[in-house]
Design a protein around this ligand. Structure first.
Ligand code: PLP
Length: 387
């Protein structure tokens, strides 16, 4: 396990610049955290949940390991709203997708070969290095629109897919996901599908791996309310395991239940109340306003890149924009250029894997005014560069 210097180095360089140029306004378009507050109905539900804990009659102790039934039912109904059948009894409520992505390895033996697409959300790689597993990489690049597809010659037992993808913003269509499902079924592999950004999908693309035929026999899905509803600090997510999913005579739902009962004591009552409010009619309306705000930021960034003729993926079905550094610059070279000339901070792509070298990630989680200002500055610097 090697130290990840990327985010520390970004912070170090940014802070040094700010210290040396206190008069400059530096805009951060590298942040992966949300900036808009929780929706009002969510806050009300959380307050009411907290109040329940103040009275003997409504007090709650340890929650169910898999989450309260009312929340699991609300999540199941949410899946139904986009045409996917997932039972409330197939859902585990958790404190977020990072924990579930990192912990799910507990139920798989060490000798399983793990496949990740590169560039990759680092949690999949680091958690499996910690577990001592071998990792193989599927290449995401310009040729496949930064959405890697399976290679029949590669053997893998556990496959992490993330769509819409962090960091590349690419999103698989149904045909591409079917290729992964067919590969998993053929290889007796299990897909760990991270759908943390499904709420950002605007085109006619699958919102869940379970929209794909055969997925119930080879996939687990993890999702999160972090980006969907601003729960990055509140902490709530969910994992779906079809009841019929089995490997080597083990039922995967039952095995994960056993793992959770051993190492996890559930999500607090106020947070589960707040999470259920996200799935109410009013909750959906309110969170969609916030998502639209970020989507518009993404559109603003993407249309500037269109104007400049710069290759990028994402921006449409994702809060991330993954762009090719102009003039064949390296990721850090481009980082320095944007910081020094435009006073804008992004994330060098090489921090997400080998195939990220020469690419750069911008995010749409900032506020509108700053996003517009940052984009204008970037346009100016890059236009001068090409003169
Ligand atoms: N999965 C992906 C792909 C992410 O980008 C993130 C957060 O950035 C997470 C999971 C973490 O989600 P959570 O906040 O629910 O732990």
């Amino acid at each position: 396990l090697v130290p990840n210097y990327l985010f520390a180095d970004v912070a170090k360089k940014t802070n040094a610049y700010i210290a040396a140029h206190p008069d400059k306004k530096v805009i951060k378009l590298g942040i992966g955290d949300v900036t808009l507050p929780l929706a009002p109905v969510v806050v009300e539900a959380m307050k009411k949940g907290a109040e329940d804990l103040a009275h003997k009659e409504t007090f709650k102790g340890y929650p169910d390991y898999e989450g309260y039934e009312f929340l699991r039912q609300a999540i199941s109904d949410y899946y139904k709203s986009f045409g996917v059948a997932v039972g409330a009894d197939e859902i585990f409520v958790s404190d977020g997708a990072k924990s579930d992505c990192g912990n799910i390895g507990d139920i798989f033996s060490k000798d399983n070969i793990v496949l990740v697409t590169d560039p990759v959300y680092p949690v999949y790689v680091d958690s499996n290095i910690m577990a001592g597993r071998e990792i193989v990489y599927a290449t995401s690049n310009e040729a496949n629109g930064f959405a890697a597809l399976p290679d029949e010659n590669v053997k893998a037992d556990i496959i992490y897919l993330c769509s819409p993808n962090n960091p590349t913003g690419s999103a698989y269509n149904a045909e591409q996901l079917k290729a992964w499902v067919d590969y998993a079924l053929k290889n007796d592999a299990i897909i760990l599908y991270d759908s943390a950004y499904e709420a950002f999908i605007t085109e006619d693309l699958p919102r869940s791996i379970f929209a794909i035929e055969g997925a119930r026999k080879c996939a687990i899905e993890m999702c999160s309310l972090s980006k969907t509803a601003g729960f990055t600090g509140t902490r709530c997510g969910y994992t779906v395991i079809p009841k019929e999913l089995e490997r080597d005579g083990h039922n995967i739902y039952a095995t994960w239940y056993r793992r959770q009962a051993t190492k996890f004591n559930g999500v607090s009552w106020p947070v589960q109340c707040a999470a259920a409010a996200v799935f109410s009619e009013e909750g959906q309306k309110q969170i969609k306003e916030n998502i639209s705000y970020y989507q518009e930021n993404a559109r603003i960034i993407a249309s500037a890149l269109d104007e400049l003729g710069i290759y990028y993926t994402g921006g449409k079905n994702s809060p991330y924009i993954w762009l090719k550094c102009p003039n064949n610059m390296g990721s850090w070279e481009f980082f320095d250029l944007l910081l020094n000339e435009a006073n804008v901070v992004g994330t060098p792509g090489e921090g997400f894997g080998e195939n990220g070298a020469g690419y750069f990630r911008l995010t749409s989680f900032g506020d509108r005014e700053n996003t517009i200002e940052a984009v204008e500055r970037i346009k100016k610097v890059l236009t001068n560069l090409s003169k």
